[in-house]
Ligand binder design. Structure first.
Ligand SMILES: *Cc1c(COP(=O)(O)O)cnc(C)c1O
Length: 389
């Protein structure tokens, strides 16, 4: 064989006796076939066979299988972000004249997608109070094809009664979908509570290191697989094996990271709740939280993301005071090793429910730093807010 050809071909090496704990990174656009007949009949490999990189590699399938098992589903699909998972969950199941009901405290880009894109295709978009079953019952009709849930809700943490919501939705022939990013598949199993499709922003806790974007959708029923798979193919959506391998690596420590973040959050909340500038802390594991009893009934644990609501007149002093933070970084997204603080605006992102507090709340995500450093940061922040207020 000539040199240039040798440069291109990969030599066979002996892999006998090689077994590693890491998942191999199988990069591929082209899949090659052993002969012309295998290529001609590649369609017979079925949807779970390998035919083109976009439709999966052994690396992405390993991550999908891990998620499917944890979610108690039948199949998982990977997409390039958590928001892509949310949009792709809705697209295959909605057409003009249908209606979609969205929890009023859903992740704000879900509202944007519904108001801009679904509405443009004549899908009626309505918002319901996430914590009020009667509101859902009033709004739902037989044109409703998806009831969208997120529990707890983004920023303000309303916990949803998924079994009751699913019962109402299914009675009207609607699917139920739920964004499970806050709890992760370790701490909440929406597919066992009546939900049909669960989405995750793997970007957050599951990958866990703030360095990549990925999302997943897992389905409960075989009949949901084909519509999602074909939509992904037509839109040309898939993920790289490199990113999937990073998520697989982060996944291995998800349990200890979640445990640590939750206990760290509870320690900080204890300090925050006692500050005179603070009205209340929103975290479902607190007995004072309105959704606490449902959280206790349906969740297996909690994460380290929570929000702080300040006393009237205080919120305007929060943003300038953030500059005293030394260990917390200021930034959106969460679930990584680094603790984060992000001021969030509430009212612009709700239309069906009232919000009585100040428009600004402070969202905190607890990472893996030393507890004393985090505590010192929070004490300095509260003192600075107090001095300014
Ligand atoms: C961050 C987030 C998303 C979106 O994830 P990306 O990967 O950043 O697109 C979706 N849902 C919730 C609840 C989130 O917090």
């Amino acid at each position: 064989m000539n040199d240039l050809t040798q440069c291109v071909l990969t030599p066979d090496v002996n892999t006998d006796g090689f077994a590693s704990l890491g998942v191999a990174v199988h990069r591929a656009s082209t899949i090659v076939f052993e002969n012309a007949e295998a290529y001609a009949s590649r369609g017979k490999r079925g949807p779970d066979g390998y035919s083109y990189g976009l439709y999966g590699t052994p690396t992405t399938r390993a991550l999908e299988a891990k998620l499917t098992a944890l979610e108690h589903g039948v199949r998982t699909f990977l997409v390039p972000s958590g928001q892509a998972a949310n949009a792709i969950t809705m697209l295959p199941f909605l057409t003009s004249g249908d209606k979609v009901l969205i929890a009023d405290t859903a992740y704000p880009p879900v509202r944007d997608f519904a108001n801009a894109d679904l509405a443009r295709f004549d899908v009626e978009v309505a918002y319901y109070d996430p914590a009020n079953i009667d509101d859902l019952d009033r709004l739902i009709d037989d044109r409703t094809k998806i009831v969208w849930c997120e529990s707890p809700g983004s920023t303000t943490m309303e916990v949803q009664d998924l079994p009751a919501i699913s019962e109402i939705a299914h009675r009207h022939g609607s699917l139920v979908a739920c964004d499970n990013t806050w709890a992760t598949p370790l701490n909440y199993k929406p597919l066992t509570l009546g939900v049909d499709i669960v989405t995750e922003a793997l970007t957050k806790y599951v990958s866990g290191h703030s360095d990549l974007l990925m999302g997943s959708l897992s389905v409960k029923d075989e009949s949901l697989i084909a519509p999602i798979r074909s939509t992904l193919g037509r839109f040309g959506i898939g993920v790289s094996a490199d990113d999937a391998s990073l998520v697989l690596r982060g996944f291995e420590t998800l349990g200890v990271r979640m445990h640590h973040a939750f206990s760290g959050a509870m320690q900080l909340i204890d300090i925050i709740e006692r500050a005179d500038v603070v009205d209340r802390v929103l975290h479902p594991a607190l007995p004072s939280h309105p959704g606490h009893s449902i959280w206790k009934r349906d969740f297996l644990g909690a994460s380290g993301v929570f929000s702080v609501v300040f006393k009237p007149g205080v919120a305007q002093h929060v943003v300038p005071a953030l500059d005293v933070l030394k260990t917390f970084a200021i930034g959106a997204s969460w679930g990584g090793t680094r603790s984060l603080a992000a001021p969030m605006s509430v009212k612009a992102n709700r239309s069906a429910t009232a919000w009585s507090g100040d428009d600004l709340v402070l969202r905190l995500s607890v990472g893996l730093e030393d507890a004393q450093d985090l505590q010192a940061d929070i004490e300095a922040l509260l003192a600075e807010i107090s001095a300014r207020a």
